[in-house]
Design a protein around this ligand. Structure first.
Ligand code: TRP
Length: 361
């Protein structure tokens, strides 16, 4: 079976380091691996509207930000299809049919939906579109027969839901849909990159993000004030690594060669950690090193972004071309789905013939 990647982001803000290590970096590697027949990357504007109905302008303004972030990390429109969700009406149609295969209580039990309802204070007033977004996400995935969905951990319940719907569809109708698999980051630190304040998640609303498009100075000052070990007061104090954001970031980003370049007194991260634990290593020194490592990673991304920012109409053009391609694929799948459901009536010679016979008697 052909291996196909699909993944997406809600355009509610610029993408940050959490997105980068959790999924974006992997997508680029997969795109370049030559192992996949197709890499589809979608700006999920329709999904973003499900919980931003008071602020549609935010979604509209951020489509370009997400697209610029995609291009700047190395998603290449000649290798990947970059497209916009709402431009593909076939996704709505698939969603509508899949809705029959899911119960309301199943949606309410979805852990991601549950915690998002809490977070957004929806409680008794959950928009229907919001509650059903896991179904629409299944449409996104299955429309392209995706086998592989590189996502963060929070999306696992969505993939579970998608597999259930695929299973149900294929057993009620026929084997048309492909069961997708999530692809999580292997590195523990990348799985759940904390915010710069040490909180469990990097999130725009918590104001604890380092954005891919941040300037070198912004990154530097965010790292300077990053949460470390509150018990590590004097340089000579023994320090803790666990829950120490600076070290979590180093786990996510640093490689041995970074030590050669920026901190040659140590051969690798283990040595640095050992010294920190023993005492005698100051936070500022570690932060300075982290700053060098992060700057090295983000500098080329920022430079590439600046190039694409010079021609915004061209970025829209890339999205339009990608959406044309995506639409063709989704239309093909929708056709197969409707065939399986036997609702392509006008193509159904058998149906018309048998009913004609019935009435001619
Ligand atoms: N729910 C995802 C997020 O919030 C975005 C998304 C929409 C997505 N459709 C998808 C992710 C399909 C993977 C596959 O980040």
């Amino acid at each position: 079976m052909d291996k196909i990647i699909l993944t997406a982001d809600r355009p509610t803000g610029k993408l940050h380091l959490g997105h980068y290590v959790g999924s974006l970096k992997r997508r680029v590697e997969l795109q370049n691996s030559g192992e996949y027949k197709r890499t589809m990357v979608m700006v999920a504007d329709a999904q973003a509207l499900t919980d931003n109905i008071e602020n549609p302008e935010k979604v509209r303004q951020n489509i370009i930000e997400v697209a610029l972030d995609y291009l700047s990390v190395g998603l290449d429109p000649t290798k990947s299809t970059l497209f916009i969700q709402s431009v593909i009406p076939e996704l709505c149609e698939l969603t509508f049919y899949y809705m029959d295969l899911v119960t309301v209580s199943r949606l309410q039990r979805n852990p991601t939906v549950k915690s998002e309802i809490k977070l957004r204070n929806f409680d008794a007033s959950i928009p229907v579109g919001f509650l059903t977004y896991p179904i629409s996400q299944t449409a996104d995935i299955t429309a392209f027969k995706a086998t592989t969905v590189p996502v963060g951990e929070d999306q696992l319940p969505m993939l579970e839901q998608a597999r259930e719907i695929v299973h149900k569809f294929n057993s009620v109708y026929s084997e048309v849909l492909v069961e997708p698999k999530a692809l999580l980051p292997e590195n523990e630190a990348c799985l759940r990159l904390p915010g710069t304040d040490g909180k469990a998640k990097m999130s725009k609303s918590l104001g604890n993000c380092i954005y891919l498009s941040d300037s070198a100075d912004e990154i530097n000052s965010k790292i300077k004030t990053m949460y470390t070990d509150p018990l590590h007061i004097q340089v000579s104090d023994p320090g803790h690594i666990e829950g120490n954001t600076v070290f979590t970031y180093l786990d996510a980003f640093c490689r041995d060669e970074h030590f050669e370049r920026y901190l040659p007194d140590y051969a690798n991260l283990d040595e640095l950690k050992a010294h920190y634990k023993k005492g005698g290593l100051g936070d500022m020194k570690v932060k300075k090193f982290l700053n060098n490592v992060v700057q090295e990673e983000l500098e080329p991304i920022r430079a590439k972004r600046a190039e694409f920012e010079k021609d915004i109409p061209e970025v829209y053009n890339i999205l339009k071309k990608g959406s044309d391609v995506a639409r063709e694929i989704a239309a093909q799948t929708l056709h197969e789905v409707k065939d399986a459901m036997k609702i392509n009536y006008f193509d159904d010679v058998e149906l018309i013939k048998s009913q004609a016979e019935k009435y001619s008697k």
